[in-house]
Design a protein around this ligand. Structure first.
Ligand SMILES: C[S@@+](CC[C@H](N)C(=O)[O-])C[C@H]1O[C@@H](n2cnc3c(N)ncnc32)[C@H](O)[C@@H]1O
Length: 259
């Protein structure tokens, strides 16, 4: 069976699910390189923030093969994903046919996201990952911050590109925009993901106890590797400018065998 065939069908989901654990372990063996955070970690972060801020809707820019959507869709009431590429879009429409809470939108997120937000009435989690060379991130953030009065929570993948790629703004530009449009919001980077949230957003841990952003209970990500569809995985809170993929921090500190 050719790899192209797998990528064009729902088999991609099984392939990605099966390869997630080994992919994570290989990443650990290679010393947890910051620019190649495994998808397992990314989806754990999406799950963590959805639960922590009690967000019923996920909006993703950049569907690609639908890997993120497929991994987390059961945790959300509604999932919207925007894809620019014609082939990826058509494939996602086929692969998610029958999943009533998954909505695939075709187009440039810079244009489609503001349009979509006009129909959204809930606080949302955003997985901003739509890029191919250049990124629509500043337009996306402006649309999100303008959508009042909601306390949306944007997560932005590939933090390492900010300030290093000519197609990306700097992290300072993101902080400045946040400060202008959403004063008081926190911008932090961990595991190569930029995370923006308001301190006064609802924050609860899984047992309904209040917690601040520094008090999230760590849980083994290796466990997540072996139970790919379970809903709640937390990463510990350690801050550095470009993330925590080092032995003493974040995800890397919890590479214990599955329990
Ligand atoms: C890194 S992949 C997304 C991976 C996916 N979010 C996941 O976690 O499984 C980036 C995707 O963004 C799409 N893309 C690029 N620019 C875009 C834009 N302006 N609006 C929407 N999608 C875009 C690309 O076609 C590609 O499929």
């Amino acid at each position: 069976m050719s790899q192209g065939f797998v990528y064009r069908t729902r088999l991609i989901f099984y392939y990605k699910r099966l390869s997630a654990g080994p992919d994570f372990l290989m990443w650990k063996l290679k010393g947890s390189p910051l620019r190649r955070i495994p998808h397992l970690v990314k989806r754990a972060v999406v799950r963590e923030y959805a639960e922590r801020f009690q967000l019923p809707v996920l909006i993703e820019s950049g569907t690609q093969y639908g890997q993120m959507i497929n991994a987390v869709r059961k945790q959300f009431r509604e999932v919207y994903t925007i894809e620019l590429d014609d082939t990826n879009y058509s494939q996602a429409v086929k692969n998610f046919a029958g999943h009533k809470n998954v909505h695939i939108i075709h187009g440039d997120s810079a244009v489609e996201l503001p349009r979509l937000l006009k129909s959204i009435a809930d606080p949302c989690l955003f997985w901003l990952d739509g890029h191919s060379g250049k990124t629509p991130i500043m337009d996306e953030l402006q649309a999100i911050f303008s959508h009042k009065p909601h306390q949306h929570v944007p997560l932005i993948d590939d933090a390492h590109c900010f300030g290093t790629s000519p197609y990306y703004p700097t992290l300072d530009a993101v902080k400045e925009l946040t400060q202008q449009m959403n004063p008081g919001a926190t911008v932090e980077v961990r595991d190569n993901i930029i995370r923006i949230h308001n301190e006064n957003s609802v924050q609860q841990d899984r047992f309904g106890l209040e917690c601040d952003s520094g008090a999230i209970r760590p849980q083994s990500l290796a466990k997540e590797a072996f139970t790919a569809d379970r809903s709640a995985v937390r990463t510990p809170h350690r801050v550095s400018e470009y993330g925590t993929a080092s032995p003493e921090s974040g995800v890397a500190a919890h590479l214990s065998p599955p329990v």
